[in-house]
Ligand binder design. Structure first.
Ligand SMILES: *Cc1c(COP(=O)(O)O)cnc(C)c1O
Length: 454
């Protein structure tokens, strides 16, 4: 029998996260104060995050040890399996070898608990009683609810109202783990009341929900805020994915030529690819790492590199990022996790320096890819994950044209079992190609008055 699934024992769960900042030729530029636009130090983040996470955010140490308590919780679902996608290879008739790391086995069904658990842990250690956050489609909210429950913390989730009404099952999941879920915009915050005064029927947005969650956390001593992507410490925690995958591929006697992952704020892409970029830095390897984004939210392939806010209202520090502008409103595609205007600072610098690549895929192309994958390999991918699969298919077809048997590794960052509405819309012909014109992008960028870089 061929080996399809490459597993590790619980004892082999990595003991350190990998901090790529230590190896970057150009370090990310510092965040700026939203008002004064002067560089801010780590202390400015103290009202929102516990000390340990702030230290990780600015750390240049190459390896950061994973607390025993966190590895212990990780062992509920980690190490996650690495699969050789024999059936997809056959379906594509490609000489390429395709592997995928499957993060959908976590209790919340995605990679997000990899950072939710350490974030909740450090908050608990420092005496925090309550964490606020925002969620769009509900992946991050459910991961944080799961983690807060483990460490006895209250969890308050501001959920974009449109999703709150249209995706009730993710909300029930959060309630099951004991979280309080509030449709955003709400009457509980100044930011929410301001939006509601202008538009009582506002469907909400991720940017508004972030403003509400941050406002609530800043008000109370016992409350902190948590973010599920973009920030350096979040990317750091996700490197557990690539570190495991490297061990698993070693067992299989393989090393990837190409590493691929879908891209929202950058955390699952960073998680899989950074430990392989390390081999480029340390051993002179030439592994290509490709981020996959939707053509309807193409910050990496069509955005600009400059300072921008993380939220819509302009409350967060300014970060150096590839962005479409913080007022950019992406089309309502089903891959909610990829509908974010900007990219994290580390990933943006790597792209700027030509150390990683990006590709964009249309909404129809990704559903075709997702269904091809489900038919071949069985697992129904999250709508976000189908973007990575579309890039895999492109690369596998290139290998076929060029007659190369390259090794491709990708991140199946979540299952789509809660996303049947998305697949239903596709089968009913409601998913259409969506063209974003240069004018649309220029209009959003022209409205930016944030600092330019270089
Ligand atoms: C949140 C999410 C994403 C996008 O976020 P990243 O930080 O870029 O990983 C992608 N896929 C799934 C399944 C998600 O839940």
């Amino acid at each position: 029998m061929k080996t399809r699934k490459i597993t590790l024992s619980e004892q082999e769960i990595p003991e350190h996260w990998y901090n790529i900042v230590a190896d970057m030729p150009n370090k990310p530029l510092p965040p700026l104060h939203p008002g004064t636009k002067e560089p801010i130090g780590p202390e400015a983040l103290a009202p929102l995050f516990p000390q340990e996470l702030i230290q990780q955010e600015v750390s240049t140490e190459k390896w950061i040890s994973i607390p025993e308590e966190v590895r212990n919780i990780y062992s509920i679902w980690r190490p996650t399996p690495l699969f050789r996608a024999y059936e997809l290879e056959k379906a594509l008739d490609t000489p390429a070898k395709i592997y995928y790391k499957y993060e959908g086995v976590s209790p919340a069904g995605s990679h997000k608990p990899n950072t939710a658990v350490p974030q909740a842990y450090y908050n608990m250690k420092e005496g925090v009683k309550r964490i606020t956050t925002e969620t769009g489609a509900g992946q991050w909210g459910s991961a944080l609810s799961f983690a807060c429950n483990i460490f006895g913390l209250e969890c308050e989730v501001y959920m974009v109202k449109l999703s709150y009404e249209h995706k009730p099952y993710r909300k029930v999941m959060m309630n099951t783990w004991g979280a309080k879920v509030i449709p955003s915009p709400s009457e509980f915050t100044e930011a929410g009341r301001k939006i509601l005064a202008e538009d009582p029927n506002s469907p909400g947005s991720l940017g508004i929900a972030i403003s509400e969650a941050v406002e609530m956390a800043a008000q109370r001593e016992d409350t902190k805020y948590a973010l599920g992507s973009v920030l350096n410490h979040v990317l750091l925690h996700q490197t557990i994915i690539g570190l495991e995958a490297y061990k698993q591929l070693e067992k299989a006697g393989d090393l990837p030529d190409v590493v691929i992952a879908p891209f929202g704020g950058g955390s699952n892409f960073a998680g899989l690819s950074f430990p392989f970029l390390r081999l480029n830095f340390d051993e002179g390897k030439k592994i290509r790492c490709i981020a996959s984004e939707p053509t309807s939210c193409p910050k990496l392939t069509r955005g600009v590199f400059r300072y921008d806010f993380g939220d819509t209202v302009g409350m967060t520090p300014l970060l150096p990022m590839y962005t479409l502008g913080h007022n950019f409103v992406p089309a309502p595609i089903h891959a909610g996790g990829l509908r974010y205007h900007g990219a994290g600072a580390i990933v943006s610098q790597l792209l700027k320096d030509g150390l990683i690549e990006a590709q964009a895929h249309d909404n129809v192309e990704v559903f075709e890819a997702g269904i091809k994958f489900a038919k071949a390999e069985g697992i129904i991918p999250a709508p976000e994950a189908t973007h990575g699969i579309a890039t895999v298919i492109r690369e596998a077809e290139r290998c076929k044209r060029e007659g190369k048997s390259e090794t491709i590794l990708f991140n199946l960052c979540g299952h789509g079992n809660f996303d049947m509405k998305a697949y239903q819309d596709y089968f009913e012909g409601k998913i259409v190609r969506h063209e974003l014109t240069d004018e649309d992008i220029q209009k959003s960028l022209a409205a930016l008055d944030t600092p330019v870089i270089g």
